[in-house]
Design a binder for this molecule. Sequence first.
Ligand SMILES: NC(=O)c1ccc[n+]([C@@H]2O[C@H](COP(=O)([O-])OP(=O)(O)OC[C@H]3O[C@@H](n4cnc5c(N)ncnc54)[C@H](OP(=O)(O)O)[C@@H]3O)[C@@H](O)[C@H]2O)c1
Length: 317
Amino acid sequence: MADNKKIIAVVGATGAQGGGLVRAILADTGGPFAARALTRHPDSDKGKALKAAGVEVVAADLDDAASLERAFKGAYGAFCVTNFWEHFSPERELVQARNMAQAAKAAGVSHVVWSTLEDTRRWMPLDDDRMPTLMGKYKVPHFDAKGEADQIFRDLGVPTTFLLTSFYWDNLIYFGLGPKRGPDGVLTIAFPMDDKKLPAIAAEDIGKAAYGVFKRGREFIGKTIGIAGEHLSGEEMAAALTRALGQQVRFWPVEPEVYRGFGFPGADDLGNMFQFKRDFNDDFRKARDVNFSRSLNPELQSFEAWLSRHKTQIPVD
Ligand SMILES: NC(=O)c1ccc[n+]([C@@H]2O[C@H](COP(=O)([O-])OP(=O)(O)OC[C@H]3O[C@@H](n4cnc5c(N)ncnc54)[C@H](OP(=O)(O)O)[C@@H]3O)[C@@H](O)[C@H]2O)c1
């Protein structure tokens, strides 16, 4: 009976990660949970679609602590995520994470899954000049603030699972990282990772893994766990893209300093991110075991499976 279900308040329910979790909860019709979708815009098309699917939709803003406390009230669980790319501010991400942690504490939420990433400064201190320091005190701003925020949840005593996510293959569609034609007309993907493997995932599978975490109860509270669908080198990704798109895709192992200079917003942040993943590849990969990820989400997609569903969405001119 729906009334007996435990509520999971889902931040980012209209987005990739939270949306995947809401869909996973809805798909498990006999399961123990019901989703409560948080959005700033309940009357948006996405908000209305969630309501039409039978989801409780409530207004909440990560910049408004009181709205979060209202939205978390009565919830058993909360999925917490920030969207760095909306404002490019690690400081704002930290405030938003604190707002969620405090709201979860005040509402007595039993299990938070915090979508986080490494604070890369633990591996690469600010005075390490292998990569530039950005925004005054970060190496990879969109990673570092998330990792720094882990301690906020810990300090407040919020029962939290720290979920290390991975690069979305969906970035090939939505984030401008798809293949571009080189001067010779050959489609090219460029990541400054040499021959190192990039753990990555279908964005949809992050929410499904979070669902798996909630279903396992208290097992991962207080723990950091990482997920990926597959670890592939640039060459392996290019070969899979070549097969899927039916035309040659080449991998260009661009140097990080060249990538940082590409000039699009966040190019320096992403250049540092890829360099971090290259230079600390063993640690980065070890934290994201594919078999473990599949144990949380048996439907976990490989790159090839993701491509077979999404290849026509990859913009290729
Ligand atoms: N792209 C990647 O490869 C990758 C990999 C790992 C991690 N990440 C991280 O993923 C995060 C973004 O997650 P996503 O991809 O799921 O997001 P998304 O699809 O871009 O959607 C953003 C979501 O965040 C919500 N949101 C943003 N600001 C909010 C606010 N002030 N109050 C309430 N809700 C807010 C939006 O809700 P409304 O607009 O409905 O309010 C929306 O649901 C980023 O921080 C990024 O660093 C990305």
